[in-house]
Write a protein that binds this ligand. Sequence first.
Ligand SMILES: *[C@@H]1O[C@H](CO)[C@@H](O)[C@H](O)[C@H]1NC(C)=O
Ligand SMILES: *[C@@H]1O[C@H](CO)[C@@H](O)[C@H](O)[C@H]1NC(C)=O
Length: 212
Amino acid sequence: MAEKEQQQADPLANGYARSDTEAATANSEELRRQKRKKWLIYGIAFVVFQTAIIVVFSLTVMKVKTPKFRVRSASYNTFEVPQPANNSFAINMDAQFGVKNTNFGPYKYDSATVYFYYNDIQVGSAVIPKSKANFLSTKKINVEVDLSSANVSSNGDLATALNSGILPLTSKSRLNGKVELMLIFKKKKSVDMSCTMDVHISSRELQNVKCK
Ligand SMILES: *[C@@H]1O[C@H](CO)[C@@H](O)[C@H](O)[C@H]1NC(C)=O
Ligand SMILES: *[C@@H]1O[C@H](CO)[C@@H](O)[C@H](O)[C@H]1NC(C)=O
């Protein structure tokens, strides 16, 4: 038994040098395989990392958010103190509108008209010129607006409002424009304005401006 084992071991012993190079070849083959595996893992990790970056990027930077369009403030030039007796008002105001753009690219919009209403009756309008709101900023637009009760029929409502010292108004408008991202991607975005506000007659202030 022992002899047989030796005989079997002998060829190995004889071919010692050859089997050594074989072992070395097998070893380097193994190393190469491990290297390939390592690169494969690196490759997969890279792809996963890239995908994650693209996903995060598209959810933040490339996500097109709707800008906000609102009345910011107003000051009055001529303010014919509204007369409850003759049921009328005529107010010239410097209104400031804002287009807030939270995108990582500019929002370019066409000219638009803002309408002011009292009790759903149009009492004035203002034209917003074509322009743009830069990325992550608010474009402020100052426009003069004439508010007049010319369209308001002489029902009791206006007199009541004027007597209370508060003239409640609403404003509506729609901006049409495009958000530009990375200088090449353009996405059409329309922005609606829908605000309510109070003109305080005695203090000549615009208060409680609320926009949807
Ligand atoms: C309202 O009536 C007053 C006098 O009662 C007058 O002075 C004023 O100009 C009138 N306002 C309008 C807008 O007609
Ligand atoms: C009155 O209404 C007409 C038509 O709706 C409108 O063209 C006009 O500008 C309005 N007047 C005022 C002072 O808003």
